[in-house]
Write a protein that binds this ligand. Structure first.
Ligand SMILES: [Zn+2]
Length: 467
């Protein structure tokens, strides 16, 4: 009988321990946050994660200590995990602390949480101006406490201290170039200076971006262009941006010269659709029930994909690699000009539309295609409607493009001289016959090759301004 009682007591104790043991867990909550926060004038939204795999979260908080650098004594009282407590214990200096987030969950020390919450995500907006943050250091203090009985019932506590650096001053920027004329679809050059704070800079024309090239510590030069389809009076400005997104802009005297854009109609014939468009559509997975429908997808969807491939091949501007005027394909006849809008017509009805961003140059079949100027090959291979395509980077963000080739004589990475053979002309891609599709890009914007073929224009608008 006595042994039964002992057995019963042992059973109760074991059951009690079995129940209570998890409540003594010593696993601290996990707080995830950026290691360091850099704030520009625009501020930032910061995501903070609080997690506790054991008994669950009891309380979490995020407090900003204004103007206080993150140091060992930042955490005045690690056990204070509500903003009120933290502020109260900071010696009455409540104005220096901004509570950003606080959450507590119901429950009792004995029974634990009403409902165990194991994860909480807080998104806090840090706005230096609205919060009156000074330039330089502040500190974000993050705390989390769980429902464990450890710490004499206080639970496990985690505190994470994140240094915050505020820099709302935009970089210095000054323009060195005077009056500049630039045609719609044409290019121009601007020189400017920035301070060391500027992480990136360039020219912005509406949506288009033309990164500058660093000639010296503070000297920058940018070749920029007015996209053919830019707004009627586009904003043309030099922009400098620092590491935390503070932006300086400067206008300069750039005058846009408008031009009229020709529109042409191109009749589509069954033979072309079946022989050219259908295989391209099949290869690209864009086949439709009729050759015309396939052509329509090729001319819009495949074209867009191919333009993205071209844009992706273009990198940051390097030092100029060209020498003198750009050469037009020898003994070639111009069959189509820059920027014309093409309406494709079947039986008098417009079925598709595209802008022609280059020049079509025709010579004899399989004519040698040569580099328009010195540079580095950045693309050599198939690109859908462009067929076999070569792209050459000439430096300062200037690229030339050679499409519809029948053969290749260069590979990506090759340095080429002006006049060096790149391959032979052909009719690969969306081409009705053997010709070269030649284009010039500044940044990722197509420009009129005529300017780059013109020695006088190049000297006055580019070369002189680079000296
Ligand atoms: Zn073309």
């Amino acid at each position: 009988m006595r042994s039964l009682v002992v057995l019963f007591i042992v059973a109760v104790v074991v059951a009690g321990l079995y129940y209570a043991w998890p409540r003594f867990e010593g696993e601290s909550p996990v707080v995830t946050a950026p290691e360091r926060i850099a704030l520009g004038a625009a501020g930032a939204e910061v995501e903070i994660g609080f997690a506790d795999a054991g008994t669950g979260l009891r309380s979490v908080s995020a407090v900003l200590r204004v103007g206080a650098p993150a140091s060992a004594d930042t955490a005045a009282n690690p056990s204070a995990d509500t903003p009120d407590q933290a502020a109260g214990e900071a010696g009455g200096d409540a104005a220096k602390e901004i509570p950003l987030h606080a959450q507590t969950w119901s429950g009792s020390t004995l029974d634990g949480p009403l409902i165990a919450v194991h994860e909480e995500v807080a998104r806090v907006a840090l706005d230096p101006r609205a919060m009156g943050l000074p330039e330089g250091a502040s500190t974000l203090v993050l705390r989390a406490r769980d429902w464990s009985w450890s710490g004499l019932g206080d639970g496990n506590t985690t505190e994470v201290v994140v240094p915050v650096v505020v820099d709302t001053r935009p970089p210095r920027l000054s323009i060195e170039t005077g009056l500049t004329y630039v045609r719609r679809g044409g290019a121009a050059v601007v020189r400017y200076r920035v301070d060391a704070d500027a992480e990136r800079s360039g020219v912005r024309v509406g949506e288009a971006w033309f990164p500058g090239f660093a000639e010296s510590t503070d000297g920058r030069v940018a070749v920029f262009a007015i996209p053919v389809d830019a707004a009627p009076d586009p904003r043309i400005e030099v922009v400098a941006i620092d590491a935390v997104g503070n932006e300086s802009t400067a206008r300069f005297d750039a005058r846009l010269q408008e031009r009229t854009i020709p529109e042409i109609t191109i009749p589509l014939f069954d033979g072309f659709l079946e022989r050219v468009a259908v295989p391209l559509g099949q290869a690209a997975g864009l086949s439709e029930s009729t050759p015309l429908a396939t052509f329509q997808r090729v001319n819009s969807e495949l074209r867009a994909r191919n333009e993205a491939t071209i844009a992706d091949a273009i990198g940051a501007p390097t030092a100029p690699q060209w020498d003198g005027v750009f050469e037009q394909m020898r003994n070639s006849k111009v069959t189509s000009e820059f920027a014309e809008i093409r309406h494709y017509v079947v039986g008098g009805e417009r079925v598709s539309r595209a802008r022609h961003y280059g020049f079509d140059l025709a010579s004899t079949a399989h004519a040698p295609i040569t580099a328009s100027n010195g540079g580095t090959v950045i693309f050599a291979g198939d690109n859908g409607i462009y067929g076999t395509l070569v792209m050459i980077d000439h430096g300062l963000g200037v690229t030339t493009l050679y499409g519809h080739l029948s053969s290749l004589a260069v590979a990506v990475g090759d340095r080429v001289e002006k006049g060096q053979t790149l391959g032979r002309s052909g009719a690969t891609g969306l081409a009705g016959g053997d010709h070269l599709h030649f284009a010039v890009l500044v940044g990722r914007t197509y420009v009129d090759p005529v300017e780059w073929w013109d020695a006088k224009w190049l000297e006055e608008h580019v070369t002189e301004r680079l000296r």
